[in-house]
Design a protein around this ligand. Sequence first.
Ligand SMILES: C[S@@+](CC[C@H](N)C(=O)[O-])C[C@H]1O[C@@H](n2cnc3c(N)ncnc32)[C@H](O)[C@@H]1O
Length: 206
Amino acid sequence: MNSKKQFFNQWAKTYDHDVQTVGGPFIGYDQTLQMAAIEVKSTLPEKGNLLDVGIGTGNFASLFASDTNIHGVDISDEMLNQCHQKFPNFVLKEGNFTNIPFEDESMDAVISSFCFHEVERVERKAALEEVNRVLKPGGTVCLVDLMFASEASMNDASRELADKWDDSEDYALIPEVDTLLRLTGFQHITCVQTARCHWLITGKKK
Ligand SMILES: C[S@@+](CC[C@H](N)C(=O)[O-])C[C@H]1O[C@@H](n2cnc3c(N)ncnc32)[C@H](O)[C@@H]1O
């Protein structure tokens, strides 16, 4: 089994508890998701189709109204099991950011929280092309993640967080994601810092 899938399968049962207690880069988790959900809700039509990529246990998608049709993709079947137990109405499929198992132009919004940095750097453009493919024209992309405005800001955070910082992670910088979104067919891009290590980036498919 792929080692990333194995890692998240093992984490699935304690994930919800851990994100509330582990601190470090996760500080502000609830606030960040709530701020992002407010942004995306204002763009969704009634009974809209929403896809959460790297849905995990479903915490971000759960903040959307009950009339939204929620779909989720994740590489981890154990995360999807946890999500299904909490939210049996969600349509869940095993899949990957770079190979999303949904139809072209089927979604009004694609959201993703704390997952984009898990995609290998060389695959990030392909991942955003997949997001673009499944979105309807004018649809919204919303990426929430551990991201930084600059190398200097990331280095400051690693010093501040000390032993809570994970050197093995490859976090994206805001200018890089902004550029990738523009290259993959998005416009009206906005970037907002929501917590010490969290940014919210939204854009619209042309
Ligand atoms: C840190 S968790 C975030 C879960 C959830 N979105 C949240 O905000 O709590 C990262 C999730 O992304 C999934 N994941 C990692 N790499 C992925 C990829 N390439 N494609 C899809 N899902 C992925 C993991 O299995 C895990 O469920």
